[in-house]
Design a protein around this ligand. Structure first.
Ligand SMILES: [Zn+2]
Length: 1009
């Protein structure tokens, strides 16, 4: 009830509009405040007051009836600029349009370098000819395109015919009636989409399109007249670029605008319905009642009131939740709240935990649940008086009444079998077969563990970790080690009957590091020597995990297994595998089988592991196919991680492996976790993506949950939502901390509900939508041909954009592509997902790599998926401003860094200035640069220092260590590097950004006609 807001709000909005009550921030309605949010947000800097159910009263006028007064139109016009989430226009910019608009040539002629990509498109309408001279790609075009330099929010297209004056406010055109039927019922099979782009190499079947395309399937719309086949087009046109890449939405521009507009002010979470800064922007968060975007990011912050609207828009409604995310040092970790012996206060009916959305009534004696409206008695020990606004007077003293994220101490009722948990254990299981010894892995692991055991996770850095440790080695048989403190030397016990695994010693296997340090060190010293001369090449794998699981069972605790493994487990044992690598299946309907586990053994084992709270982290060192799809089942079902070091060589790869191992062992982790997402009436969590196990439809079970793991949750309507109350979600994660304490971490999130589609499109987050789409698609490949998965992604995005065009944008010629401001990068990013190695592999991508990437992406947060799909490319001389991922942006005279979150390249142009080379590599000669180097020489000059600092800062931001690869122009390695220049056409037939955008435009037009 923040009365301060009222005068603010009254003016920009004119009449209160039912659709707009959720927009407390006048910054979107009225004048922009340069440099961020200060004025509009000032009222929120104080104690939060906005999280009582519904937005503050001050923002809600009395409902009005009758036609909106004239001033409403005015209000909408101003509000239209709200489309531009990036803040104020630069000085001197032309009036902002909230849409990207370009008069695309695609309809005119097969437009760009790959005419075949568009062969099924309709013939060009003549109307847009003005913008695109039919002849001579280059000069006239680029001239036209450069008339207006790209502006934030208005990526300069060529001058748009018929849009000379100040553009109308697209998106504001009176909100046509909904339910127009044009896009209804869009989910599910589309009659026209059985094979939308037959024979099309870029989006459809993987390989080439020279074969005559089958006749285009009949579409519902009359526009679908096949255009000329590739062979009909004069060759000269095939190589002509007709769209200036500078005229289409630039990821870099969007990223830089967001940094400039949102990076300087803290993001306060108390304002419902507000999209946070992008993941690429550095910003500070103030928790004022909703979870920080570091914990939860949503695809949409205004969700449609009805499921019909949601279906019509096709915008996925999902949240990417990272429950144990690490916060920057200047932000507080969630406070721990203790409600005493009776445990956390909860709603009687839906069991939601006490949070800012509970409304206290009857003088504070009862509270009404924001999720299910049930009224619950306040226990006497929790009673508190209310102030004159109805708020408890202790509201700001209690995290659970004023913050979006906090933890409760759980009572014994929340513990497995109603027993306080034992401290967890870490068990190290090391492959000691021939390959493991020969490539140096065994020696490196044993050496490193001696130090790492001092860095086991602990909550208080001054206290020793109470995590116990155990050790085993294996090839075809298993060796357990007794490292009891009282022993003079470790003892080995061999179990050769791997068919029915058991742990041969109970006392002395799991020990406290500080007590058994001498024995452990002795063991780790001896292991490499004991197996130095092994000839054993065969390994088992299933029994290894079973052994660790049995040990945890025997100790009655949760924990983590660290398995260091080299080869396909072909030795006779449960979980034995065959080599089933068959590249001929790629691109066929049977391709999906390659992503599925080859035996069901591991899924069953995973279930047992989850029941015990046994999380598995797998470090792979393969020299050939190991069947990651199958070996990864247990790690990805238990909240674990898979790391892969193909052709591991101690010298060049140990730095990466050791850094990963150090990070993995030390990172914050919880055990035996169960996550439940509760929602307010009308919406429901229906689907979950990530590394976990589910035994019912609501509980996400994670044997282990670390600070890097995310769970993506999809929501669907089950009733109509109210604009008044918005939609609420509460994510509760019950887990055992690394010190053995049982806790509940709570994250609350409220979003607006909207009756107008325009509000949905104004408050979306494309990076999160892409995270969701990637996870969704990567799961779909398990059961569908990849081509179908790609097609349905393209289809859904076309529907999203067509719905916007139809319902929110101003009428304009069909030759224009109009994109919502918040989604103008959807095409470029979607193309990156479509071209990714999982959905569209090149010939050189192994099946293991694809399975590995599929598993990795499934647990990524938004920042990681963003850089994974659209790598960061930085010129070393103009650090730190990135450039677009295209070869034409590279200068032969320059040096560039490229990172993907997994890979890090330093590309050196053949004509790089001698001075630059000297400064960075210590040699002026291009020819003398050693492309095998994995770290840069430490030279005493600002350039060297700067580049090394940037490399280090990239590494620090990622959960996995990135090995530096130096790529010299024209070198063999350049091919790998170019694969990451994702705006370009790639070798495996993936479309360029320009081509894909044209294709998307065509799809949208077909949906609209
Ligand atoms: Zn309830």
């Amino acid at each position: 009830m923040n009365v301060n807001q009222q005068p603010h709000m009254a003016s920009p909005y004119g009449q209160p509009q039912p659709g707009y009550q959720g927009y407390p921030q006048s910054g979107y309605g009225g004048q922009h405040v340069p440099g961020g949010y200060p004025a509009p947000y000032a009222p929120y800097n104080g104690p939060a007051s906005a999280y009582q159910p519904g937005p503050p009263q001050g923002m809600r006028g009395p409902p009005t009836s009758g036609a909106p007064p004239v001033s409403a139109a005015q209000a909408y016009s101003q509000f239209g600029q709200g489309d531009i989430q990036n803040g104020p226009p630069p000085l001197g910019a032309p009036p902002q349009r909230s849409v990207f608009s370009y008069t695309g040539p695609p309809m005119q002629q097969p437009p760009v370098s790959q005419p075949s990509s568009f062969h099924s498109g309709p013939p060009p309408p003549p109307t847009s000819a003005a913008g695109f001279p039919p002849q001579g790609g280059g000069p006239p075009m680029s001239q036209a395109n450069h008339v207006a330099p790209p502006q934030p929010g208005m990526l300069a297209g060529p001058p748009v015919p018929g849009m000379a004056g100040p553009p109308p406010q697209p998106g504001m055109q009176g909100y046509p009636p909904q339910q127009n039927g044009a896009f209804g019922q869009v989910r599910g099979p589309q009659p026209g989409y059985a094979g939308p782009y037959p024979g099309q190499q870029s989006y459809g079947a993987a390989p080439p399109a020279q074969a005559p395309a089958p006749p285009a399937p009949k579409r519902l719309d009359p526009d679908s007249i096949p255009s000329p086949q590739a062979s009909d087009i004069p060759p000269v046109q095939k190589t002509r670029h007709r769209i200036d890449p500078d005229a289409i939405p630039s990821p870099i521009q969007v990223i830089e605008d967001d940094k400039a507009n949102k990076g300087s002010e803290p993001f306060v979470t108390g304002v419902r319905g507000q999209a946070p800064p992008l993941v690429t922007t550095n910003f500070h968060v103030k928790d004022q009642g909703n979870a920080s975007p570091r914990f939860i990011r949503c695809t949409a912050y205004n969700i449609p009131c009805t499921s019909d609207m949601a279906k019509q828009s096709q915008v996925p409604l999902a949240a990417v939740i990272k429950p144990l995310a690490t916060l920057p040092p200047d932000e507080n970790s969630p406070y721990i709240v203790d409600h005493g012996e009776s445990g956390p206060i909860r709603c009687n009916r839906c069991k939601a935990y006490m949070c800012p959305y509970m409304q206290f009534i009857e003088g504070g004696r009862r509270f009404q649940c924001g999720f299910c409206s049930c009224v619950t008695e306040v226990p006497p020990h929790y009673f508190q008086h209310l102030d004159h606004t109805g708020k408890r007077v202790d509201c700001y003293d209690r995290p659970e009444l004023s913050l979006g994220s906090y933890e409760f101490l759980a009572t014994v009722d929340y513990c497995k079998n109603n027993k306080i948990p034992q401290p967890p254990a870490f068990i190290f299981l090391i492959d000691v077969s021939y390959n493991a010894v020969k490539n140096g892995m065994v020696r490196i692991v044993c050496q490193e563990l001696k130090t790492l055991l001092d860095y086991l996770p602990r909550e208080n850095p001054d206290v020793q970790s109470n995590i116990r440790v155990g050790f085993a080695t294996y090839n075809k048989v298993l060796h357990f080690y007794n490292v009891k403190a009282s022993l003079a030397q470790p003892q080995m016990m061999v179990v050769s009957d791997v068919a029915d695994m058991f742990v041969p010693l109970l006392d002395g296997f799991l020990v406290n590091v500080s007590e058994s340090r001498v024995v452990i060190e002795s063991l780790l010293d001896q292991i490499p020597d004991m197996f130095a001369d092994t000839r054993e090449t065969e390994t088992v794998f299933g029994p290894v995990i079973q052994a660790g699981l049995e040990a945890l069972k025997a100790a009655d605790c949760a924990g983590k297994l660290f398995v260091f493994h080299t080869s396909l487990p072909i030795a006779e044992a449960p979980g034995k595998l065959k080599n089933r690598e068959d590249k001929k299946l790629v691109g066929t309907d049977k391709e999906k089988s390659l992503f599925q586990p080859q035996v069901s053994f591991y899924a069953n084992l995973a279930k047992e592991c989850v029941a015990q709270g046994c999380c598995v982290d797998l470090f792979l060192f393969p020299n050939q196919y190991v069947d990651v799809a199958t070996l990864g089942v247990v790690p990805t079902s238990t909240g674990g991680s898979v790391y892969k070091y193909t052709y591991f060589q101690a010298q060049s790869d140990q730095e990466r492996f050791l850094n990963d191992l150090r990070k993995d062992i030390q990172k914050k982790v919880g055990f035996d976790a169960v996550m439940r997402v509760r929602t307010s009436t009308g919406i429901r969590a229906t689907d979950f993506f990530g590394s976990f196990y589910m035994s019912n439809t609501t509980d996400v079970e994670l044997a282990g949950l670390d600070c890097d793991k995310t769970v993506t949750v999809e929501f669907r309507h089950d009733d109509k939502l109210s604009e008044e109350t918005g939609a609420l979600m509460q994510c509760a994660v019950l887990y055992t901390s690394c010190s053995g304490q049982r806790r509940l971490r709570i994250h609350n999130m409220a979003v607006n509900c909207c009756a107008q589609l325009a509000d949905l499109y104004r408050n979306c987050e494309t990076d999160t939508i892409i995270n969701f789409f990637a996870k969704y698609a990567y799961r779909c490949v398990l059961n569908n041909p990849t081509k179908n998965v790609r097609d349905s992604l393209v289809n859904q995005c076309a529907q999203i954009l067509a719905c916007y065009r139809k319902n929110c944008a101003s009428p304009s010629s069909a030759g224009q592509l109009i994109l919502p401001e918040c989604m103008k990068l959807l095409p470029v990013y979607l193309n990156c997902v479509l071209k990714s190695d999982v959905l569209h592999p090149g010939a050189d991508v192994s099946l293991d790599d694809r399975a590995y990437l599929r598993q990795l992406v499934s647990a990524m947060d938004v920042a990681e998926s963003h850089v994974f799909f659209y790598p960061r490319l930085l010129p070393c001389d103009t650090l730190p401003v990135a450039i677009r991922d295209s070869e034409e942006r590279l200068s032969k005279g320059g040096i560039y860094l490229l990172e993907t979150g997994l890979n890090l390249f330093l590309w050196v142009g053949a004509n790089a200035q001698q001075e630059l080379l000297q400064n960075i590599f210590g040699t002026p000669a291009f020819g003398q640069i050693d492309s095998n180097m994995t770290s840069l020489p430490i030279l005493d000059n600002p350039y060297s220092k700067r580049v090394r600092e940037i490399v280090e800062s990239f590494r620090a931001q990622r959960s996995r260590y990135m090995k530096l690869m130096v790529v010299k122009q024209e070198d063999k390695l350049e091919l790998i590097f170019k694969h990451f220049l994702v705006e370009d056409k790639n070798n495996s037939g993936g479309a360029s950004y320009v081509d894909f955008l044209c294709h998307m435009h065509k799809e949208i037009r077909q949906l609209l006609s």
